[in-house]
Design a protein. Structure first.
Length: 161
């Protein structure tokens, strides 16, 4: 019975975690806009959300559902071993393998295609990054407002108002 009430919150909670991870990725792209040779990163939100819904709740409680830290547990601990072949340290970020899906690797992160070539081989398009940042911010805010509204509705139903 309780899982019927919290099922919607679980879905939106997972979406909120993925939105925050994408926001961090886009912010990293913007911060490295002037770094020579930097390749813009992003991930497919739809595929990541489908992956998150298919996982068990134990895996989703970790800080990063995308496992970008390169360890098998998803977070760095001194005893963790590298999850990526060729990595010398568990804190190394794994490079995505080309799976034929736009360069997305096993952790969902991929490199963006370069639209305007730059002389320093930087693939960050600041206009596109700002647009993605605002779009993701609005979607994050709307998800957060839905969660707040839903929890207030449940609370008022429990209180009998």
């Amino acid at each position: 019975m309780l899982d019927k009430l919290t099922g919607t919150l679980d879905f939106h909670g997972k979406a909120l975690m993925l939105r925050s991870e994408r926001q961090r990725t886009i912010a990293s792209n913007i911060a490295n806009g002037d770094t020579p040779g930097y390749q813009a990163r992003d991930f497919d939100f739809k595929a990541a959300m489908q992956d998150a819904l298919g996982q068990t709740d134990a895996k989703l409680t970790q800080p990063s559902t995308l496992n970008i830290s390169g360890t098998t547990a998803g977070t760095y601990a001194p005893g963790n071993t590298p999850a990526v072949a060729g990595a010398t340290d568990p804190r190394h970020i794994p490079l995505p393998r080309n799976t034929g899906q736009g360069g997305l690797g096993e952790n969902g992160m991929g490199y963006r295609d370069q639209i305007q070539p730059a002389m320093d081989n930087n693939s960050v398009d600041m206009d596109r990054e700002r647009s993605n940042f605002v779009d993701n911010s609005i979607r994050y805010e709307s998800t957060l407002r839905f969660i707040n509204g839903y929890s207030k509705t449940i609370l008022s139903a429990i209180q009998g108002q």
